[in-house]
Design a binder for this molecule. Structure first.
Ligand SMILES: C[S@@+](CC[C@H](N)C(=O)[O-])C[C@H]1O[C@@H](n2cnc3c(N)ncnc32)[C@H](O)[C@@H]1O
Length: 209
């Protein structure tokens, strides 16, 4: 995985411009869609510590901290989110409780947390099962992930996006991983599926120990 997945490489795709756009959208509209589903499910379970993998500007972490979590860590493969994430956390008054770390969980490892979140992350990484395995092992009580549903139309959309990325000469690719294989990985580490919902494209699955 090392050739494809460096911070420098992801920092170009998930750029400072993307970060400013995501932060602006969150300021204007708050959490929406699957991010809101993830937040509501976790808020009810009151995690003390949160690890978000690929958390972007960290909007979910900010909300979970405001809802009572003590500490959150956002491990992001793209360093381009750091400034916007820090700004959002400071604005919300949780800057001292939210750590942004640039890096790849698989290469660098992570500290365990009560709740581990991967919101629309596995679709941006080739080693979906390995990444989810590391996330599952780090989850003391809860794990929530959102991925594209494993359907012909999400696979067609991903293939079309990859053609465009190839034409733009970007080495980044999108992935539709087998959802049953991902669920198997989480269950193999002792987690039990507690919630499962989907729309046309995205599926959010939550687990507990
Ligand atoms: C589509 S963005 C989603 C960002 C955020 N979770 C959201 O929903 O707004 C996917 C993110 O996952 C990050 N990512 C992918 N693989 C990762 C890994 N192995 N470790 C940490 N971050 C990763 C990328 O850098 C990117 O920022």
């Amino acid at each position: 995985m090392s050739g494809c997945c460096t911070p420098r490489f992801y920092g170009k795709v998930f750029s400072e411009k993307t970060a400013r756009r995501d932060a602006r959208r969150y300021r204007e509209r708050g959490l929406r869609g699957t991010a809101l589903v993830t937040f509501e499910w976790l808020r009810a379970r009151r995690p003390e510590t949160v690890l978000e993998i690929g958390g972007g500007v960290g909007a979910l972490d900010v909300e979970l901290l405001l809802a009572g979590a003590a500490r959150a860590t956002n491990v992001e493969l793209s360093p381009s989110y750091a400034a916007a994430a820090g700004e959002l956390a400071r604005e919300a008054g949780v800057g001292d409780r939210l750590v942004f770390r640039a890096g790849d969980v698989l290469a660098d490892g992570v500290e365990p947390a009560d709740a581990v979140v991967l919101h629309r992350v596995l679709c941006c990484y080739p080693g979906g099962e390995e990444l989810l395995g590391a996330a599952s092992r780090a989850a003391r009580r809860h794990l929530v992930f959102t991925v594209p549903r494993d359907t012909w139309w999400t696979r067609a959309g991903s293939a079309a996006a990859n053609v465009l990325l190839w034409a733009l000469r970007l080495r980044f690719r999108t992935y539709v991983h087998s959802v049953s294989a991902l669920v198997g990985v989480a269950e193999a580490s002792g987690l039990r599926r507690a919630h499962d919902e989907h729309g046309t494209v995205w599926r959010t699955i939550a687990f507990e120990r």
